[in-house]
Design a protein. Structure first.
Length: 516
């Protein structure tokens, strides 16, 4: 079949959402990237797989969001010289993904301009590749040395640098930000992330497939539902399991509750960063009440481990459905009032409007995605575009704005929050009328593969899973922050340094999800 502009022997790995996988040659690898760029099809992720023990080669993999579903391409690489054509000329977001693949597997992108280490930070030697088969990930390197990192220099009269992090003043994961400024005006920002590489993908290789959801759900704690669902979707696709509507509705309900919780937290923090402490106080109260009901209904404030292979851990009953629906009514009224207050507050709007603007044309060129992308005219939302069960029957109203500034990102959060409340109320009514779901047992056999693809609150969460018997051969977890961190560097240009916390919070990208 033809997909992403090439004819290849694509195999189906699932129909909800549709996922297609094919092995390609180097020419098709490049042709697909060229076609996808021209057609406006996003590059979702790049990762490597070590198949030397079975097939005698490495694979470099890429996933593209096509109109027919997701295309998963595999290019075989010679283990003696594991190199592949660079994709960063087509997709700027590929640069850091390719640098991470080089750090973790030693696979090099031919022609790539930026070959600096991205995740290693001197934690292991330059000739050690953690995701290769010969390593178990338990090695330690007391004598590893961190190389000097070649930060890009900006020259000119009055230009100086401000270094922030990687250790920050608050409870936050490490990230380094190097500002080149004239006075207070930012000329350039360069980020450096990956300081606490957790080794999750190697750990998954030592984890039974039935337990992998617990590890995946800890890639990024604020997206635990999205990651657990993506992992379970991949495992269920690989094993041919079909879930009842009641289980899928509860998963979607939990995903929407995760979206609401994060949007409320961000709206409070954005108000606070603009000097409006009242907003922080009100949204902190609403979010705390929301998380307490999560604990009551699902056994955990963040619903961690609530989605499990074959279903859900704590099925909802009519009483809890009623409690959740009533809370949505109360929260909806208060959020509506706060929406009007934010919209009419001259001081807030003065800080929000025009700050950190990413125009739609730049957002498209740079690959900005997810929630932040939708605020800059990039109207992609898997819940609508590739609606998997049960979203295919829920009628999600997509929110897309054009201004691309902090004000647009605030407005989009309000609109998505209110839409999620509507969806939760609707799903509560549907779940209450359906039989209680029971877990469906599954037993992976032989070699199989599956892919999970979920619209988390930040954007597209992807989990690519390969199983060999009762073991995970490879599990790649991808966070939408990989696409969006580089665009934050663009968004701050021309703004003043004191506006960076506000602009950064309006993106609210994941350090942890970028550093598996």
């Amino acid at each position: 079949m033809q997909l992403c502009g090439i004819d290849a022997d694509f195999e189906s790995l699932g129909s909800s959402p549709p996922v297609w996988r094919a092995r390609v040659a180097a020419a098709e690898w490049v042709a697909t990237a060229s076609f996808a760029q021209a057609a406006g099809l996003p590059l979702v992720s790049i990762w490597g797989v070590d198949r030397r023990d079975t097939d005698g080669h490495f694979d470099i993999c890429a996933a593209y969001a096509a109109d027919q579903g997701l295309a998963w391409l595999m290019l075989a690489l010679d283990p003696a010289q594991p190199r592949y054509p660079d994709l960063s000329g087509y997709f700027p977001a590929a640069r850091r993904m390719q640098r991470a693949v080089a750090d973790l597997m030693g696979l090099a992108a031919d022609g790539a301009e930026d070959r600096r280490p991205w995740l290693r930070h001197g934690a292991w030697p330059a000739d050690y590749f953690p995701l290769c088969r010969e390593h178990d990930g338990l090695e330690t390197f007391a004598d590893a040395i961190a190389e000097d990192y070649a930060v890009v220099q900006v020259q000119g009269d009055g230009v100086h640098e401000i270094a922030v992090g990687p250790v920050h003043a608050g409870i936050i994961e490490p990230g380094h930000f190097r500002f080149s400024v004239v006075g207070e005006k930012v000329l350039r920002l360069e980020e450096r992330l990956g300081y606490t590489h957790k080794g999750i993908e190697k750990l998954l290789e030592r984890t039974a497939p039935a337990d992998g959801h617990r590890i995946a759900g800890r890639v990024s704690g604020d997206s635990t539902v999205a990651y657990a669902w993506a992992y379970c979707m991949a495992l269920e696709s690989a094993t041919g399991i079909t879930l009842p509507e009641s289980a899928l509705l509860q998963r979607a309900l939990m995903l929407e509750r995760e979206r609401v919780a994060n949007h409320m937290g961000d709206l409070g923090a954005l108000g606070n960063d603009a000097g409006f402490a009242f907003g922080l106080a009100q949204f902190s109260r609403l979010k705390e009440d929301w998380l307490r009901i999560n604990k009551l209904a699902f056994g955990h404030r963040f619903m961690m481990d609530g989605i499990v292979p074959g279903g859900v851990a704590v099925p909802l009953d009519q009483t809890r459905c009623s409690t959740l629906a009533l809370q949505c009514d109360r929260v909806g009224e208060e959020v509506g009032e706060l929406y009007a207050i934010y919209d009419e507050h001259a001081g807030l709007q003065d800080r929000f409007i025009g700050a950190g603007r990413v125009l739609p044309a730049d957002a498209s060129r740079l690959g900005l995605g997810g929630m932040v992308g939708r605020a800059s005219g990039q109207g992609r939302d898997l819940r609508c575009d590739q609606a998997w069960r049960p979203y295919d029957s829920l009628g999600v109203n997509k929110v897309t704005l054009q201004n691309g500034d902090v004000a647009a990102r605030v407005k989009l959060r309000f609109e998505e929050l209110l839409e999620s409340l509507r969806l939760i109320r609707h799903m509560c009514a549907l779940i209450a009328d359906l039989p209680t779901p029971t877990l469906i047992p599954m037993q992976p056999a032989g070699q199989c593969a599956g892919l999970g693809w979920v619209e988390g609150w930040r954007g597209q969460v992807l989990v690519a899973l390969e199983i060999d018997g009762d073991k995970i051969k490879r599990c790649h977890c991808h966070d939408p922050s990989w696409q969006n961190w580089p665009v934050l560097e663009h968004a701050i240009i021309g703004n003043i340094v004191p506006d960076f916390p506000l602009i950064n919070k309006s993106f609210n990208l994941s350090y942890s999800g970028h550093d598996v």
